[in-house]
Design a protein around this ligand. Structure first.
Ligand code: ADP
Ligand code: MG
Length: 697
């Protein structure tokens, strides 16, 4: 292995990356760029793995040349053509050239062109001085003849591997390779630990340095060794993740939290005040909550269940228990409309005894100030708001319960901020995106999960149909019929994240069309650039029934509950994940009237894409749909960009592709936890020291 000695020889895995520069005080530009991209230590650097490692070919005659493969040959120069190029280099603006060397094979009568673009003219000199030389490079095709661009001349024989690294923050793969080669040999030979040595030995990950070395193609090389190393690395990534998750779960048990109880009578009276009987699943989840609040440790629970299964009711019971114990509750939602809706329903339930208030981005500053001070002095018992709740100006007197609705809409960091506003705060997350069973442990291993499967009785449910060009007319007349019956219609177009202007255009264009289709109906539209007050008033008008057809982008409203709306039409459904479609249609068919969902795809939709949509037509089970989504789109998509949880931090592993290894890592970590729990102590201490538990999810 090649390794240029750096200025010091007492580096370690944890040394800063600047130490790979000759002058660590003034690191090279490339190293600085890597550090800017958060690759701070040698340990971080070695996790940037080659995209590909090619074993270099043996010396061969030209007849063996294959396009897009590497070729190594020996040749003599026949002719060199030199043309000034447009490129100039350096301060002195040195003229650069495009150089073509026609060369003849030493072993046969074959010919080949070697090319350099924007090159220094000394390549010509170099070639003229040698009779015969070897060259190496990747073969491309030009005018149906093979050529090699930028070949390596007289390649060193010991360099028999060609490694291609990715470009990171503007540092090219080639530069990256050179920097990685600067990691001294003695470091590669030092064991590399991410957790205690004991734990690493127990889980057999103590030779991670060797594994990474193989991955970088240092030392012995074979495809088999590489494959084995990769498998090991994947296992290590799962292990590291599972350890974190398990340690967090154990650490929670070390945090004391006040016990919150409620008398049977108060609970019963409260539940009786709902205009309906709770479903069995709702009752079970309430039992979970009672146990959690009484455990003496912070609750970390996620309640998942389809749209309309009644998660709000659960959060209201949770709030009651905390309020009865004179502590504060915060409820965070992703949109102002949803916050307002929750505010109204919480106010109705609680305002006779407690002060319920809201905190929205659109509030006037005087009102906001007043709200903040009442929150700090404890006058407000329960606050409902949007992202504004986790700003640093928000201080609670005694926050004991943080409820986060539609939790998948929030990033992990945002959730943490809200939780850390209290001391040993209980956390209740609610999600309408079912987590497929295969993912539950990976994604929420440190949370307790409650699942609501039953949908309240009396719902007529939602029928779903795909609308194509030939039945579009029929669809429109159906809309007319529903509106004549006094029902309301939602129409959703996909949001185009890159451009809000395009979103508006889409919404406005469609709304114009609908105004033409139905000149006598009240058609309104809603998009991201409306002022919050305007959005609010459109929503209110819709709730009051003054709008027949509401057209909006999908980002606008989540979890909204207007029982009189029975039709949900989704344009370009092919642009949505299946789970999102399922959630969208869940907004209708919640009342006594049946719901209808129309998927109106692009006319040119492919057969596969159409088949994918048919899952929605056929199934009404959120879990089944989530699993189908998973198969179609992989883990990243299911959780979207907001979900910067554990999954995205894997560099080589994928739960789906490496499911066996994932299960093995789980089993191994569980075994250690059961047999040698003391090995977890350093991890737990670290979490507690960093105040990362009770706040970390
Ligand atoms: P989600 O789980 O999507 O948040 P909500 O809590 O908004 O669902 O409930 C949807 C609707 O169902 C609301 O109108 C709510 O009042 C009603 N609901 C909740 N629980 C029940 C129940 N057990 N029986 C009948 N209706 C219920
Ligand atoms: Mg909800």
């Amino acid at each position: 292995m090649k390794s240029k000695a750096s200025s010091t020889n007492n580096l370690s895995w944890n040394s800063g990356l600047q130490h790979l520069s000759t002058n660590p005080k003034k690191p090279t530009k490339s190293i600085q760029k890597l550090m800017d991209a958060n690759i701070c230590s040698i340990k971080d650097l070695v996790w940037i793995l080659p995209l590909r490692i090619n074993v270099l070919p043996k010396l061969q005659e030209f007849s063996k040349i294959k396009i897009s493969e590497y070729f190594k040959g020996r040749a003599t120069v026949i002719n060199i053509d030199l043309k000034p190029s447009f490129g100039k280099r350096g301060k002195n603006k040195v003229q650069l050239y495009n150089i073509t060397a026609s060369v003849k094979d030493t072993f046969s009568n074959g010919y080949l062109n070697l090319k350099w673009f924007n090159a220094y003219p000394n390549i010509k000199k170099q070639l003229e001085q040698i009779d015969e030389f070897e060259f190496l490079g990747s073969v491309t095709e030009y005018n149906s003849a093979p050529q090699i661009i930028n070949p390596t001349l007289n390649p060193k024989s010991e360099e028999d591997l060609l490694k291609e690294y990715p470009t990171i923050n503007g540092v090219t793969g080639n530069n990256l390779k050179k920097i990685i080669e600067k990691v001294p040999k003695y470091i590669w030979e030092t064991p590399l630990y991410y957790f205690s040595e004991d734990l690493a030995c127990e889980l057999k990950t103590q030779n991670l340095n060797e594994i990474l070395q193989t991955m970088h193609g240092f030392g012995d090389y074979s495809k088999k060794l590489q494959a084995k190393a990769k498998e090991h690395l994947i296992y290590f990534e799962f292990i590291r993740d599972q350890l974190k998750v398990t340690a967090r779960k154990m650490a929670i048990k070390n945090v004391e939290a006040q016990k919150f109880k409620i008398t049977k009578k108060s609970l019963k009276n409260f539940i009786r005040s709902f205009p309906y009987k709770l479903t069995d699943d709702q009752n079970t989840v309430i039992d979970h909550l009672l146990d959690d609040f009484n455990s003496g440790h912070p609750m970390m629970r996620i309640v998942q269940g389809d749209v309309g299964c009644g998660k709000t009711t659960i959060s209201q019971v949770a709030a009651l228990i905390i309020l009865e114990n004179n502590a504060q509750v915060a409820l965070m939602c992703p949109t102002e409309a949803l916050a307002t809706q929750h505010y109204n329903s919480f106010k109705e339930l609680f305002s006779n005894k407690y002060k319920v208030h809201y905190l929205l981005g659109s509030m006037k500053s005087k009102e906001k100030k007043e709200t903040l001070s009442q929150l700090e002095n404890g006058e407000i018992d329960i606050i409902i708001g949007t992202h504004s709740l986790f700003q640093s100006s928000v201080i609670f007197k005694n926050l004991k319960l943080a409820i986060i609705d539609e939790q998948h809409k929030f990033g992990v960091e945002q959730r943490l901020k809200l939780m850390s506003k209290g001391n040993a705060t209980h956390t209740l997350l609610m999600s309408a995106t079912p987590i497929p069973r295969t993912l539950q442990l990976a994604q929420y291993g440190d949370l307790d999960i409650s699942t609501i499967k039953t949908i309240p009785p009396g719902r007529k449910g939602t029928k779903t149909r795909i609308v194509r060009q030939d039945n579009y007319e029929k669809y429109l007349s159906f809309i007319m019929t529903r509106v004549k019956l006094g029902e309301q219609v939602y129409i959703v177009v996909p949001a185009i994240t890159e451009s809000e202007t395009l979103d508006i255009k889409n919404v406005e264009e469609l709304s114009l069309k609908y105004k033409q289709y139905f000149p006598n109906l009240a058609v309104s539209s809603l998009h991201g650039q409306l002022k919050p007050q305007d959005k609010h008033s459109v929503m209110q008008e819709f709730e009051k029934g003054n709008i027949d057809i509401l057209i909006s982008t999908s980002v606008i409203e989540v979890g909204i509950n207007v029982l009189n709306s029975t039709v949900m039409s989704i344009y370009n459904p092919e642009r949505f994940g299946l789970s999102s479609l399922h959630q969208l249609r869940g907004r209708v068919g919640r009342g006594e009237k049946p719901g209808f969902c129309f998927l109106i795809p692009d006319n040119k939709l492919s057969f596969e894409a159409l088949n994918r949509l048919k899952v929605i037509e056929k199934s009404n089970d959120g879990f089944e749909i989530a699993e189908a989504d998973l198969k179609n789109r992989g883990e990243g998509d299911l959780f979207g960009t907001d979900q910067s949880g554990n999954l995205s931090s894997f560099k080589v592993a994928s739960i789906f592709e490496n499911f066996d290894l994932f299960q093995k890592s789980q089993a191994d970590v569980t075994r250690v936890k059961e047999n040698k729990p003391e090995l977890f102590n350093p991890l737990i201490e670290e979490l507690i020291k960093d105040k990362k538990i009770s706040t970390t999810i």
